[in-house]
Design a protein around this ligand. Structure first.
Ligand code: NAD
Length: 271
């Protein structure tokens, strides 16, 4: 009997899997961690923030009936990335799903771009995904199953001025995505990149307020004419949309999708 489409998409099939989600104390990473925990996956959180808030998040997710840990690792340091993934393997017995999400931004013209900001952005937005993938792959290969989802950006496919480090790192992660996909294709391990346009996160909410002051515009005008100027659908994606795509890629429905950048940008890169 052939498989049914709904069975292939059923997130319940992920029950009992274990996931590492980098940068999961806020925004997209937190939504992805929530989605995976709700589907029955153990989750190793990481990222910075208020200790009490992080512990409350950890407990809220654990209340879904899964094991949830948090690592304080600074993921711009390769050794700490390795330690975080190895600890998750020790805690859960396996890492089946790796979501490379942690990322930061800095905006300046190339000639004014501080060297340390360049190094930090490349380290966190690109090299951390390499170190985490390197640490997670041997176990995935041994179990003949794995899912790697890299949260890239529309800026992995196209550039904007003043974002040289971010655009370079995001273009780089698409190269890593394709290479890992090819190396693992026969081991039931997929590796894909999600490329969102603007997503409704606390980071973006802050930018709207700041830009409204700078441009002396209403927040609605800033959203439409400044922040979403390049995004044809003129609305932010919600973090749950990115989490839903991640779950889809992790499901059997996504098992033949590998090595691709999946745009979730309201048409931005269709231009
Ligand atoms: P966010 O600032 O809300 O979350 C970033 C997470 O990374 C946080 O948990 C933070 O604590 C963590 N982090 C930052 N520096 C770290 C470090 N050195 N070590 C460990 N953790 C660290 O950001 P977000 O908007 O949710 O973005 C998440 C990812 O999605 C990033 O890679 C970003 O480039 C990408 N993205 C975001 C948007 C958007 O519009 N928000 C659009 C496209 C792509």
């Amino acid at each position: 009997m052939s498989e049914s489409a709904l069975d292939l998409m059923d997130p319940k099939q992920l029950r009992g899997r274990s996931a590492v989600v980098t940068g999961s104390t806020s925004g997209i990473g937190l939504a992805v961690a929530e989605g995976l925990a709700a589907a029955g996956c153990n989750v190793a959180l990481s990222g910075f923030g208020d200790a009490a808030e992080i512990e409350a998040t950890r407990q809220r997710l654990a209340a879904l009936g899964v094991r949830v840990t948090w690592s304080p690792a600074d993921l711009s340091q390769g050794e700490q990335v390795r330690g975080y993934v190895e600890q998750a393997i020790a805690d859960f017995g396996a890492v089946d799903i790796l979501v490379n999400n942690a990322g930061i931004q800095f905006v300046a013209a190339v000639e004014d771009f501080p060297d340390d900001k360049w190094e930090k952005i490349v380290a966190l937005n690109l090299s951390a995904a390499f170190y985490a993938t390197k640490a997670a792959l041997p176990g995935m290969k041994a179990r003949d199953w794995g899912r790697i989802v890299n949260i890239a950006s529309a800026h992995g496919l196209t550039a904007s001025p003043f974002k040289s480090a971010y655009v370079s790192a995001k273009h780089g992660i698409l190269g890593l995505t394709k290479t890992v996909a090819l190396e693992c294709a026969e081991a039931n391990i997929t590796c894909n990149a999600i490329c969102p346009g603007y997503v409704n996160t606390p980071l973006v909410a802050g930018q709207i307020k700041d830009q409204a002051k700078v441009h002396n515009m209403s927040e609605a005008d800033v959203v439409r004419n400044v922040i979403l100027a390049s995004q044809p659908n003129k609305r932010f994606a919600e973090t749950a949309e990115i989490a839903a795509m991640t779950l889809f890629l992790c499901s059997d429905a996504g098992r033949s999708i590998t090595g691709v950048p999946l745009s979730m940008d309201g048409g931005w890169t269709a231009r």
